[in-house]
Design a protein around this ligand. Sequence first.
Ligand code: GAR
Length: 199
Amino acid sequence: MTRLGILISGRGSNFEAIADSIAAGRLDAEIAVVIGNRPEAPGLEAARRRGLTAVSLPSKGLDRQIYDAQLLPELKRHAVDLVCLAGFMRLLSGLFIREFPNRILNIHPSLLPAFPGLDAQHQALEHGVKITGCTVHFVDEALDSGPIVIQAAVPVREDDTVESLSARILAEEHRIYTEAIRLVTTRAYAFEGRRVVFR
Ligand code: GAR
């Protein structure tokens, strides 16, 4: 069974959605470890409440390479097959990415390549797009880049605020992250340029 290593920085609702999918039998995987780079991340406490292994590995003030050199052995120790970034607000080094080739997923609250980076929902509202959404993609060294596994569209309403729009996008995030993990763990796929083609 695929062993997931989930990396979080905050609330951890995407992590909880994945845990719920596993508990409900919608996803055939197990969560080997949840790692948070902020000790106060509520998601770490949620992981402990669920009886999962939760590790606080603070990143404050640490260079990317130095932090990743701490992260790697922690994931190896728990025999992680697939790394899932779930609101993990740090870029990973090339060194880290090469250790998990095509084995790192990220979720982002926009239809990439639109609105990468912070506050994607705010960026979408400010830009005036009528449709936004969320994306699960493989991770490469650039920010919110990498081949796309799955996306979901969310219409923007006239009266949307960042909060109301974020809430509707989040519901889709929770749905497609499970779907993406299921796809990459159960289906054969190939890369054609940037395209991920499932067989
Ligand atoms: C989610 O909306 C996720 O897409 C976003 O952070 C939030 C984390 O929520 N990630 C990014 O913006 C990455 N660039 P959660 O902690 O409740 O899962």
